[in-house]
Design a protein around this ligand. Structure first.
Ligand code: SF4
Length: 504
């Protein structure tokens, strides 16, 4: 679906949505007592559209003809009665957003549209540099209370509010601290203390990264980065025209012998930087026009993400966080990253565990990747599914990537089977950009060459047979260096930090 500001042409269909909602509420136990003669009126909705404060979720599927699935208003107009509430965040009223009139078309119920709308309201409030969100929910509407609580809102309890026309109702007053993503989450695995016996990735090698030890991934106690710059070669909903703000983390839990980023993944090339630099880099990339922050293989530094994101949010970061991973993730880490990651951009490399052993030196790739993928897909579904903005840029969701390897098209087809079984009809990206590195060229064998057109087409045809409705694929010659950026530490240090001394 697309969530976007409503425009004048949407006035009538939006009005009809609210009319249907009000009508269906009359027989619902969750009746909010809206009345189109009183609130919300057609004039209320038109004024909100004119102010740019009314947002709609639009069904972008081929057979839906742009149907409006739901709507909400986000503004800064607080009811004077809010003055009696012990709010946590005390800021001037122009820095506090309020959600009003969040509604889902009765025909679209059961699709978690409400969750998608709440998430969109949170993103919009951040983009408007708001500090918090406040709202009230009629006390008997427990599903709505639960929805806001699941997105991190604090419930201040039940107060009696005067809704006008003699209507006095008990309501929950709720608040979200926009700087603190998922503040209530239990994050035992991502707690910095867990580094004393690191089990961040499925290798669970228990290196004491608080001392001098480094794990199999190459990571120790210090954050090491190889590059931070705009990147134009991700899938269109990620890179768009302006580019994705990629941050390449040094080291990797996998040891893929053909890796196109081998200098940083296995060679651990990069520069050690203080942890607070991560938040600064995110903000610098946003200032450069990045459409999102794209964390490339942050698995072994995932413990730094909650703190970095909180610091960056507090300083105005509002673009989505893309977690670009090998797919070799623990389900516990995926769970703990809920509320931090907006878009899962995850590989699924092998269906045959022996290939994982031979080519990436891990014993259990398919099992771990399938479990992690199922968790990612379930998380996206719980958040209301895949959401794009009006420019087609993914704001929340998932894309599963698969790099076809020469000589292994059969395994690629089995990978697609596993993706379908674990996550269903998610967007997939089937890539033919495999480029033999120097070692592969000198070793000879199938991995010394490019993927043939026949191999690639066989995998794409299998994706069609399975029924994937969104398949990104690559045109042109298979072997190209253009997708691999130069790992020259661009963007890692500020000029003021002095000369760049890369450490290999
Ligand atoms: S992230 Fe690195 S140190 Fe931690 S378990 Fe994985 S390989 Fe070991």
């Amino acid at each position: 679906m697309i969530v976007r500001p409503a425009v004048t042409a949407d006035s009538t269909p939006v009005l009809h949505v609210y009319e249907r909602v009000v009508h269906s509420m009359r027989t619902s136990p969750y009746n909010a007592h809206w009345d189109m003669e009183f609130h919300p009126t057609a004039n209320d909705l038109s004024a909100a559209i004119e102010a740019g404060d009314l947002f709609i979720a639009v069904d972008d599927s081929e057979d839906a003809s742009g149907a409006i699935l739901g709507a909400f208003v986000l503004d800064t107009s607080q009811d004077p009665q809010y003055g009696q509430i012990p709010w946590l965040i005390a800021e001037p009223a122009n820095r506090i957003a309020c959600i009003h009139l969040l509604a889902v078309d009765p025909d679209a119920r059961g699709r978690r549209i409400g969750a998608a709308l709440v998430n969109a309201a949170i993103r919009t409030a951040r983009a408007r540099r708001m500090r918090s969100i406040r709202l009230d929910v009629i006390a008997h509407n427990q599903p709505a209370v639960d929805l806001y609580a699941s997105r991190g809102f604090t419930d201040h309890g039940v107060f009696t509010l005067d809704y006008g026309g003699g209507l006095m109702l008990p309501a929950h007053l709720m608040e979200l601290d926009l700087d603190d993503p998922a503040p209530n989450a239990d994050r035992a695995l991502l707690a910095p203390a867990s580094l004393a016996s690191c089990e961040l990735c499925p290798r669970r090698c228990r290196a004491d990264r608080t001392a001098d030890a480094t794990g199999v991934c190459g990571a120790g106690s210090t954050l090491r980065l190889a590059r931070a710059a705009l990147h134009l070669w991700e899938e269109p909903p990620i890179s768009g025209e302006e580019g994705s703000g990629t941050i390449f983390f040094s080291g990797c839990p996998l040891k893929c012998i053909y890796c196109q980023n081998h200098e940083i993944s296995t060679g651990n090339f990069g520069i050690d930087v203080p942890e607070q630099r991560l938040a600064e880099i995110m903000l610098e990339l946003q200032d450069q026009g990045a459409l999102n922050i794209n964390l490339v293989t942050a698995t072994h530094f995932a413990h730094l993400l909650p703190g970095a994101l909180k610091a960056a949010r507090a300083r105005g970061l509002h673009i989505p966080i893309v977690y670009n991973t090998s797919g070799y993730e623990r389900t516990e880490a995926v769970r703990e990253l809920d509320g931090i990651v907006d878009v899962w951009l995850t590989d699924f490399k092998y269906a045959d565990a022996s290939l994982g052993r031979e080519l990436s030196h891990v014993p259990d790739y398919p099992e771990q990747a399938a479990r992690a993928l199922a968790r990612m897909a379930a998380q996206v579904a719980a958040r209301g599914g895949i959401v794009y903005n009006e420019d087609g840029i993914m704001q929340q969701g998932i894309i599963v990537r698969h790099l076809v390897l020469p000589g292994h098209a059969d395994d690629s087809c089995r990978v697609l089977d596993l993706i379908w079984n674990a996550a269903g009809d998610v967007p997939i990206s089937v890539m033919n950009q495999y480029t033999p590195n120097e070692r592969m060229r000198s070793d000879g064998g199938a991995l010394a060459r490019a993927v043939t057109d026949e191999e690639y087409e066989m995998v794409l045809a299998h994706a069609d047979d399975l029924g994937f409705s969104t398949v990104f694929w690559q045109e042109g010659g298979a072997v190209s260096e253009s997708f691999t950026p130069a790992f020259d530490t661009t963007g890692v240090l500020r000029a003021a930090d002095g000369p760049i001394l890369p450490r290999a």
